[in-house]
Design a protein around this ligand. Structure first.
Ligand code: 3HC
Ligand code: NAI
Length: 696
């Protein structure tokens, strides 16, 4: 029997699924379960069966590693296994602990009875992979907990603790103790009764006004889905449970499941699921590299970033020493943190007690001496090499040996920063994104001398503070901002040639981005980029080419914070209003540069902006700044509002086809006066010629 342990306890056969890490229902495991069930049926001494997981989890659902791999002709599919549970002449009890998700939950619903630990996590998260439950979940769950509750679970994909189902038809017994012991005791009692045993499929979905409710649900879900096909198909599948006989409903569910499985949106979302988990693994660093302990953190600078960074740590119980240069700056920073928490409190997502506990974990200080015992210190002071030098030289004097010294710089050379200390091996970049307490991305910048254990510690620490970490090498802007610079330049070209900010933003937002580059610029503040351009112009005066953004900034228009940027804003409002003044500045710029404007289509906006990202992403890969194309996608999804339904720029390029991307890049590069960075990256050309995608 593959992936299954079989033992008999008294008169009950206990079948334990064993397919680490989460008992994904691979073809081998499915075959194993069927074989074990058969053995239990044959054994006359066995009167009842318990199905459970070998380790903590029941099952995390379909084995995601098998998605897209050829089907084994002889392997039973999940509905067959579930059918075998239902048809068992001996009562089957599912003993549910840990994760019981997706196909795993559907499997449990095929048992005659379910015993769950109070803290077991039950859910149908398929929608988060652009799918719907495809093994009867949409038909059995409404029969067990009602149409509305089931619809919420299927469409929302949320995980619900076992305790919540006490007293429902879904869970027959909730236990705080050993779930297998409880299930065996339950099974013994069940076996004392004659069959046939209860099956969820035989229940009726009770909901008198279901059509009116479903119509309401379709409207709500359709509006919230933002073009994602899965949520509405989830509603359709659940609706079938109320309107069709069970087996017909099951067939309908299966058809919808197959449609979604082949949809580009689901492919993109499954790609991202795997990409986010792959990003946590650093090639070349083995499991033997042990992380350092992080129990106390120091943060230097209580400004926009320092405050948000501090919140990440105190939110998960890690105390922070927060250092500033003046009492006033310190008070301002603390007040902002408190205000953020108070807003969360007002929304009912935080208690006063927890708010106080989090604030109490922050130790404000003006003295470096208070940083003596921190295990990690993160610098978030002004973006100036001189200021960073001062800070790192001081830190080097004070911080205990073995502590990690991190910089939140957005673009400065980390290797230079490391040289300000006598321990460059302990220096790393931890590039948080604004707002740092909200954005999930963390670029972990590996310097030339960063020690492996410092990198491993940072990756684990990221998980602890609920961030998604991606390793980047050292270069100007690291992965995300370096690509963003090319994307911004492509948008800027379009602006010069005839488009307006609102057209460019509109086209990209229709494509799925949360915000186009001009709205994003206004939100982040245009002065940061302007300072960077001025720095580069000063470093290399001959090479600097003026851009429209310079004219905008020269007017003191720095975005939302000054009430005007690429758009104008009503006082206190954040809605961007197209501004004729901006159009005039753009026209003035075109006149200065001798450009005759032309009509730009929305399709061209997408092509230029996306392929600029892809081309720079490919260079970043070639240079080894990013380890995998999927890491680049993770950066763009979690840091830049790239739509999950597109799977990230590199995945999008593969879907378009790399030969087509290369053809377009060549076309852009051949235009008179084109920026040389339109030349396709050699890696892209090679992969396109070989008919390959990006290496995994
Ligand atoms: N199959 C195979 N491997 C899986 C898996 C699955 N269903 N779910 C998670 N894993 C793997 C991850 O890839 C990761 O592997 P790694 O260590 O090699 O990187 C490992 O398990 C741990 O995963 P996480 O890092 O995500 O660990 P967490 O503890 O944070 O989360 C989890 C565990 C809650 C199970 C989370 O991984 C999860 O949500 N998994 C997806 C569950 C899901 O979507 N199931 C539905 C699948 S579709 C389906 O069942 C179709 C059916 O309706 C027919
Ligand atoms: P900020 O100006 O809001 O805050 C900087 C804070 O550092 C100020 O409160 C200042 O008083 C303090 N400070 C200055 N010198 C100091 C010193 N020697 N010792 C202690 N404190 C000192 O700046 P912001 O936006 O928080 O940026 C900080 C760093 O984070 C910069 O390196 C920036 O490039 C980077 N960053 C900024 C992002 C953003 O969107 N704002 C995003 C990602 C990184």
């Amino acid at each position: 029997m593959q992936n299954v342990h079989y033992e008999v306890r008294g008169q009950t056969a206990v079948i334990r699924m064993d397919n680490p890490p989460v008992n994904g229902l691979s073809w081998a495991l499915r075959s194993g379960i069927l074989a074990a069930l058969e053995q239990a049926q044959q054994d006359a001494a066995v009167k009842a069966i318990v199905l459970t997981g070998y380790a903590a989890d029941f099952s995390g659902g379909a084995d995601i590693r098998e998605f897209g791999t050829p089907k084994s002709a002889s392997a039973p599919n999940l509905p067959m296994v579930i059918r075998a549970l239902e048809d068992s002449a001996k009562p089957v009890v599912a003993a549910i602990g840990g994760n019981c998700l997706g196909g795993g939950f559907e499997l449990a619903m095929g048992a005659h009875y379910r015993v769950a630990r109070a803290d077991a996590k039950l859910g149908l998260p398929e929608v988060k992979l652009g799918l719907l439950p495809g093994a009867g979940g949409t038909q059995r769950l409404p029969r067990a907990i009602g149409l509305e509750n089931a619809l919420n679970m299927v469409v929302g994909g949320a995980v619900v603790p076992g305790a919540k189902f006490a007293g429902s038809k879904l869970i027959d017994e909730v236990t705080e103790g050993d779930v297998v012991d409880a299930a065996v005791a339950f099974a013994d009692k069940a076996a004392a009764k004659p069959g046939p045993y209860p099956r969820l499929r035989d229940l009726k979905v009770e909901y008198p006004a279901h059509e009116a409710y479903l119509q309401f649900a379709r409207n709500m879900v359709g509006a919230a889905a933002k073009g994602a096909p899965a949520p509405l198909k989830c509603v359709e599948a659940v609706a079938a449970s109320a309107s069709k006989p069970f087996d017909e409903g099951l067939r309908h569910e299966r058809e919808l499941f197959a449609q979604l499985m082949n949809s580009p949106e689901s492919r993109a979302m499954r790609h991202i699921f795997q990409a986010e988990r792959a990003a946590a693994k650093v090639p070349g660093i083995g499991a033997d590299v042990k992380p350092r302990r992080i129990e106390k953190v120091g943060v230097i600078g209580a400004g926009t970033m320092g405050g948000g960074i501090t919140m990440n740590f105190v939110n998960v119980g890690i105390p922070v020493v927060l250092l500033e240069t003046s009492q006033e700056a310190l008070d301002r920073g603390l007040a902002t943190i408190r205000r953020n928490y108070e807003n969360t409190l007002k929304k009912g997502k935080l208690t006063q007690e927890e708010l106080d506990a989090r604030m109490a974990r922050i130790q404000p200080t003006l003295s470096y001496g208070d940083l003596k015992d921190v295990d990690l210190v993160i610098e978030a002071v002004f973006e100036s090499m001189d200021v960073k030098e001062q800070v790192f030289r001081q830190l080097d004097e004070i911080i205990k040996p073995g502590a990690i010294l991190a910089s939140n710089t957005s673009a400065l050379n980390l290797d230079r920063i490391a040289e300000f200390t006598r321990r460059p091996q302990d220096v790393i970049g931890l590039h948080f994104f604004s707002p740092a307490n909200v954005m999930r991305l963390l670029e972990v910048v590996r310097g030339a001398k960063t020690a492996d254990d410092v990198l491993v510690t940072s990756m684990q620490m990221a998980k602890r503070i609920k961030k998604i970490a991606v390793v980047s090498g050292v270069c100007d802007g690291f992965i995300g901002n370096r690509m963003l610079a090319r994307y911004g330049a492509a948008a800027s070209d379009l602006l010069n040639q005839g488009a307006l900010p609102q057209q460019i933003d509109g086209a990209l937002q229709k494509f799925g981005l949360k915000m186009g580059p001009y709205r994003m610029g206004d939100l982040a503040g245009l002065d940061i980029g302007w300072a960077g351009r001025k720095r580069r112009a000063a470093e290399n005066p001959g090479a600097y080419k003026r851009v429209v953004a310079d004219l905008i900034c020269e007017q003191g228009r720095f975005g939302q914070k000054t009430g005007a940027g690429w758009y104008r804003y009503e006082p206190g409002k954040r809605d961007p209003i197209p501004d004729p003044e901006v159009e005039k500045l753009i026209q003035q710029f075109r006149a200065e540069q001798g450009i005759t404007p032309r009509k730009v289509s929305d399709a061209e906006v997408i092509e230029r902006c996306m392929y600029a990202l892809v081309n720079e992403g490919a260079r970043i890969l070639e240079e080894g700044i990013a380890a995998r194309a999927s890491d680049v996608d993770v950066v763009y999804l979690n840091g830049y509002g790239f739509p999950a339904l597109r799977g990230g720029p590199m995945h999008y390029a593969e879907q378009v086809g790399l030969p087509e991307v290369v053809r377009k890049l060549r076309q852009f590069a051949a235009e008179p006066g084109a920026d040389p960075s339109w030349q396709p990256a050699p890696l892209l050309v090679r992969l396109a010629e070989q008919g390959q995608g990006f290496p995994a």
